[in-house]
Design a binder for this molecule. Structure first.
Ligand code: DGT
Ligand code: CA
Ligand code: CA
Ligand code: ZN
Length: 572
């Protein structure tokens, strides 16, 4: 979206809320200004830079201030405050994707709807489609948005719970009564979102452990407190279950509560066929009831004729068969990772200098990182044009000159414009070490347009990688419509890599898609998309996605030494 389009969008939105609040005069002022700005032929940033915003007809002091803010931050406090002043029912409905103030008010006026629950009921009964401007499609979209919002409320991002898990394990392990502690369930399988935490402790003194558990500092509420089972809710609403288990069945409990459910169901079927009984207490001979295994997970899998598989694989996606044939993949690990391919700096929207980012990367033991700042069409992020990028390249050369054993790659996260053209001249792209192409606009293109757009970027000879290939933001924005099969095929054929973006709300490509890409022969690249030094610690999240996607070191470019990486680029 251009700066002009973004500014007028915000002004329209303000106008829309003002209409609802029946402030006709101001609403008209904002709408008029919005119209003026869409039809400007000059970039509004230039007018701003000259200090001439108020010379645009219809733009007074107040609106000029709003425009300044939008150009600066991408958003507007005035809009936020106006939205906050709307009735709660309207605001609640506006949390749904695709429902703005206008639609929300119509729903309330025409159908008396004052909450998301009301709206869901009305949509299910087919009462929404009859409203003017709504229709069947909108009704279906509303139902989908309701589902999405619900799932967003009861699951947590993996990136948000991993630090909690570390604290919790450390805290429990400090007790002498705790022989072993692990967080099982979806968190151990490293799913991208987690419903609740399933903590398992091996101990001979369950009461001591349970007491310590319910009196953990960030516990907000104790839902139940028994000697071997307790449940608490943390301050951030995360629910945590504790089970205390005697050492002889700790492995069985770990196996059972790690799941997934589908994995367990399949495993149990195999156990039964082999004459066993398998549950959270152990693996037992069905005739004699004698315990065969249970102290550790490996013993259970071994008794069933399988290699022990990493938790990330346990989704019943072929891992049981592979474990029986001794064909489990050798999954990539954090220790294999030598570089980070997606780092921002203050040159665009990062908070830290290139040097500070390099310092952090070195402290993490990396050998290289690629600076991939945004490009000019992403004006909100202060994207770089050709001249600034050339200046940045010089700056990186200078910094590299003073570094020993670490290299900064000159890269870009270049916008793939809506027609598939790259946002920068090929002559500049050709001089960079590493070119990532990303979609940051026109997300709602139909599947053919979006697919062609990305394929065009893949076929640009300067593009090395496609960043966050589906654009999804977990619980916030769906993936755009794109034919990934064709993307994978083209990427493999052109030797273009695909990113696993490790930023907690992206994790894009996801596990299933990166496995499909790998099977097509695509090399994956993990990038943290760091906007601050600490973000580089997201790398393990990206590695988790890769592991859940069955990737081995050879499928992931970050495992290459810099020398090997240059060779790969040259080959492609
Ligand atoms: P979540 O919490 O929704 O992110 O997902 P999980 O996988 O952590 O599921 P959760 O917390 O309901 O249960 C933990 C594990 O316990 C689950 O992964 C497998 C096991 N489990 C739970 N219910 C069943 C069941 O009905 N059958 C079997 N075989 N295993 C189950
Ligand atoms: Ca769980
Ligand atoms: Ca649970
Ligand atoms: Zn980025």
């Amino acid at each position: 979206m251009s700066a002009n389009a973004r500014v007028s969008q915000v002004l329209y939105q303000i106008g829309e809320v003002l209409t609802i609040k029946e402030d006709r005069f101001r609403s008209r002022a904002f709408n008029t200004a919005a119209q003026r700005i869409v039809s400007l032929t000059e970039d509004i940033r230039k007018i701003r830079d000259r200090g001439e915003l108020q010379e645009i007809p219809g733009v007074g002091k107040g609106i000029a201030a709003v425009i300044e803010e939008v150009l600066e931050t991408g958003g507007s406090k005035v809009l936020e405050e106006l939205e906050a002043s709307l009735p709660p029912g309207i605001r609640e409905m506006m949390r749904l994707e695709g429902v703005g103030p206008k639609k929300a008010v119509r729903l309330q006026k025409a159908l008396g709807i004052a909450s998301i629950d009301d709206l869901e009921k009305a949509a299910k009964e087919g009462r929404v489609r009859g409203l003017k401007g709504f229709g069947e499609r909108t009704e279906a979209n509303i139902l989908e948005a309701v589902g999405e919002l619900r799932s967003r409320q009861d699951r947590f991002l993996l990136g948000a719970v991993l630090p909690v898990i570390e604290e919790l394990k450390t805290y429990l392990a400090e007790s002498d009564a705790v022989l072993a502690v692990e967080v099982a369930g979806s968190a151990r399988r490293r799913r991208d979102t987690v419903g609740d935490l399933d903590v398992l402790v091996s101990s001979l003194s369950p009461e001591v452990v349970s007491e310590r558990f319910v009196s953990m500092p960030p516990v907000a509420r104790v839902l139940s407190h028994g000697s071997t089972r307790s449940t608490v809710v943390m301050e951030n609403f995360l629910q945590v279950d504790l089970r205390v288990i005697p050492p002889e069945s700790y492995g069985a409990a770990l196996q059972y509560f790690t799941g997934s459910k589908d994995h367990n169901v399949k495993l149990r079927t195999i156990a039964v066929r082999a004459g066993y009984k398998l549950n959270e207490y152990g693996l037992f001979d069905r005739e004699t009831d004698k315990s065969v295994a249970g102290e550790n997970e490996g013993g259970i899998y071994r008794a069933l004729g399988m290699d022990l598989m990493p938790p990330e694989l346990r989704e019943n996606r072929g891992e049981i068969e592979a474990a029986m044939e001794g064909k489990l993949p050798h999954l990539v690990t954090m220790e294999d990772i030598k570089g980070d391919f997606h780092i921002h700096s203050t040159w665009s929207e990062g908070t830290a200098s290139i040097e500070a980012m390099a310092e952090k990367a070195m402290s993490l033991g990396l050998e290289y990182m690629a600076i991939c700042d945004h490009t000019k069409s992403l004006y909100i992020a202060n994207g770089l044009d050709e001249d600034r990028l050339r200046a940045q390249m010089k700056e990186i050369d200078r910094i590299n000159g003073g570094l020993d054993g670490f290299t900064i790659l000159k890269g870009t996260e270049c916008d793939i414009l809506s027609d598939g053209q790259m946002d920068l001249e090929d002559s500049v792209l050709g001089d960079l070490d590493f070119v990532v192409g990303s979609v940051h606009s026109a997300f709602r293109q139909d599947v053919d347009t979006m697919t062609d757009r990305i394929l065009k970027a893949i076929h640009n000879e300067n593009v090395d990688c496609i960043g966050h290939p589906t654009g999804r933001l977990i619980q916030k924005r769906r993936a755009y419509e794109v034919n990934l099969e064709r993307v994978f095929e083209a990427a493999a054929e052109q030797g273009v890599m695909l990113e696993i973006n490790a930023y907690p709300e992206r994790l894009d490509l996801d596990d299933v898609n990166c496995r499909a890409a790998m099977e097509q022969g695509v090399t994956m690249v993990i990038g943290t998309d760091s906007h601050a030094p600490n973000h580089m610690e997201f790398m393990p999240l990206g590695v988790s996605v890769a592991r859940r996607g069955w990737l081995e070191a050879e499928n992931v470019a970050n495992t290459l030494t810099l020398g090997e990486f240059w060779k790969l680029l040259a080959r492609n």
